[in-house]
Design a protein around this ligand. Structure first.
Ligand code: NAP
Length: 481
């Protein structure tokens, strides 16, 4: 249900949606070369203005030019990757079952399964990826590749960057002779504005990356509509990392340093940041925690994205520290904790962790909670309690043993990506990637928001029965059969 449609505050949103509505039939029927040219044109335009955009992104987000340079390159890379997939025919794929003479169930008509764009997508930019999950980020690229027009809700953490990236994108759309509504922008708006956008009858799907609270509020709005729509939300995640004794066989210092770098990367503002560490309650485990605390103490993260995220981190880490049985292994010394938060590390025993669901909440920032486990059963119980997470990392589980098989199965049960080495921060953009997972990692566990399978979110299957050849040809996007 659209609230206050006549409210002037929503006029810019309604205008953007009206443009998107007008553009959808034209763009939805576009062929592969039109979509690929658009995606490549957007990548080129982004790169052409890279130095100025990176400087602006750094000013607004504080993420640093090295990280932002890499992120812009990734954003252009994934736009071009989706262009390649479009030309390979991914959104125009047809699955054909020839007619079979005779009575059912063996006998059947000619059926062809094709894929139609869902329609206009409302895309909520993420705070923590000013390029790769914002105006021209992965959600936008996937939706455009699928033939869906996109209405961008920018994030308040990088408003000027969002406006500049949108302006360059609008120039590309115009120069390629496409309708203005292929990509629209609602500008900064209130919370009510975001809800209004999700509730608008023209909007057919939503892509969201952000907090559990914000995501759930908008997911509810998407489901409360007269016509509920798919809501692809990537919400919180605590990303458990299991440190088995075999992982410490060559010493504790190197793995501790690698983990500390991952926890503090981007000031801990990654959805894949390892926030829950399962470590044996023995001598080697203790040495690992000592080394980890030391490695974290030597890190100096940069400032956080916004004052709200900074205060949110303070509240979340204080909340964890105040739970029964939590021991503080590393905390900021007085005066060391300003706009730039110092890393922190907490510890608890498995039984106390299991008794307190509050400890399964994300601390979005440079912090982690160590759970000390006494047995294989402890590991399985703690993992099961996590329920839904983007990643699970298993260190030291490379041998084929019954316990490792059980751990891997437990990890798959709760995680979208299971790592048998390395750290979960850093998400490759490729066809095999999965960035999602059971609730609350994702509101839609069958889908991914990173990698080329992300296009599937915006394609709706349609079965064509006894369709004439001319129609099947027309549905091929100009590509050969
Ligand atoms: P956020 O507060 O959820 O905001 C994301 C987007 O949703 C913004 O456009 C925001 O609009 C909108 N929004 C939030 N609450 C809403 C509501 N109740 N109704 C309508 N729209 C709403 O996320 P954030 O600003 O990125 O960061 C805040 C927290 O989110 C962090 O501290 C962290 O805990 C979490 N986070 C998690 C991830 C992850 O990947 N897991 C990523 C980023 C952030 P406004 O701009 O108008 O507020």
């Amino acid at each position: 249900m659209v609230s206050q449609l006549d409210n002037g505050a929503f006029a810019p949103i309604d205008h953007a949606v009206a443009l998107a509505d007008a553009a959808q039939p034209v763009y939805g029927a576009s062929n592969a070369s039109t979509r690929a040219r658009l995606l490549r044109g957007l990548a080129d335009a982004l790169e052409a203005q890279a130095p100025a955009l990176i400087a602006l992104a750094d000013e607004e987000s504080g993420l640093g030019t090295a990280r932002l340079t890499g992120e812009l390159a990734r954003t252009a890379y994934q736009l071009r990757g989706f262009a390649d997939d479009v030309e390979r025919g991914v959104p125009f794929h047809q699955i054909d079952d020839a007619a079979v003479a005779g009575a059912p169930p063996a006998g059947r008509p000619h059926l062809t399964r094709v894929f139609a764009p869902l329609g206009p997508v409302a895309m909520f930019s993420a705070s923590n990826f000013p390029f790769a999950f914002s105006v021209l980020g992965g959600d936008t690229a996937a939706a455009l590749a699928a033939g869906c027009v996109v209405i961008v809700k920018p994030h308040a953490g990088h408003p000027e960057l969002s406006r500049r990236v949108f302006a360059l994108a609008a120039d590309v759309v115009r120069a390629q002779g496409l309708p203005e509504g292929v990509l629209t922008f609602v500008g900064q708006t209130s919370r009510e504005g975001g809800t209004h956008l999700v509730s608008h009858p023209v909007v057919s799907a939503v892509a969201f990356t952000g907090s559990y609270q914000g995501g759930v509020a908008l997911w509810r709005a998407a489901n409360a509509r007269v016509r509920p729509i798919p809501f692809f939300g990537e919400l919180g995640s605590i990303n458990p990392l299991v440190v088995l004794p075999a992982a410490l066989a060559d010493g504790t210092e190197a793995p501790a340093k690698a983990l500390a770098a991952s926890i503090t990367m981007g000031c801990g503002q990654f959805c894949t940041s390892p926030g829950l560490l399962l470590v044996s309650d023995d001598k080697e485990g203790e040495q690992f925690v000592v080394d980890l605390a030391a490695a974290l103490a030597s890190q100096t993260p940069h400032r956080m994205l916004t004052p709200a995220i900074r205060s949110g981190f303070e509240a979340a880490s204080a909340h964890v520290a105040s739970q029964t049985g939590v021991r503080t292994r590393l905390a900021p010394s007085t005066g060391a904790d300003t706009a730039t938060p110092a890393p922190r590390l907490y510890e608890i025993d498995a039984d106390a962790f299991l008794a307190q669901p509050a400890l399964r909440e994300e601390m979005f920032g440079p912090a982690a909670l160590v759970v000390r486990v006494k047995s294989h059963d402890d590991l399985l119980r703690v993992l099961a309690a996590v329920e839904g997470t983007l990643t699970v990392t298993l260190w030291g589980a490379l041998d084929d043993t019954a316990q490792h098989r059980a751990l891997a199965a437990a990890a798959e049960q709760i995680g979208g990506r299971v790592l048998f080495g390395g750290v979960p921060t850093g998400v490759a953009v490729c066809h095999a990637q999965q960035h999602g997972g059971p609730w609350p990692a994702s509101t839609h566990p069958q889908s991914t928001s990173v990698g080329y399978a992300a296009i599937e979110r915006f394609l709706r299957p349609v079965a064509l029965q006894d369709a004439p050849d001319w129609y099947l040809d027309a549905r091929r996007g100009g590509l050969p059969a």
